[in-house]
Design a protein around this ligand. Structure first.
Ligand SMILES: [Zn+2]
Length: 83
């Protein structure tokens, strides 16, 4: 009985760690997206503005890719959140 309780404890701990990693990972993606997006101003030419050109569906919300293209220099960025 004691061993079973220990196994349940370990199982719960593993679940908590997995959730923690998933949250940290999605925060990292959001932070990277924010830098790439640069408030909608192109990072390459610092003059153009990004326009949505394509969406690629992934498995799960955070795995979708949103492709934005600069209307000035045509540079393309990939974000994981819609703007
Ligand atoms: Zn540009």
């Amino acid at each position: 009985m004691k061993q079973a309780l220990t196994q349940i404890g370990v199982f719960i701990l593993v679940i908590i760690i997995l959730f923690g990693v998933a949250i940290l990972n999605s925060n990292a993606i959001a932070e990277k997206d924010k830098k790439m997006w640069n408030n909608g101003t192109c990072l390459a030419c610092e003059n153009g503005h990004y326009e949505l050109v394509n969406i690629s569906k992934g498995r799960g919300v955070n795995l979708n890719s949103y492709f934005y293209q600069c209307d000035n220099c045509k540079a393309i960025i990939e974000l994981h959140n819609a703007k």
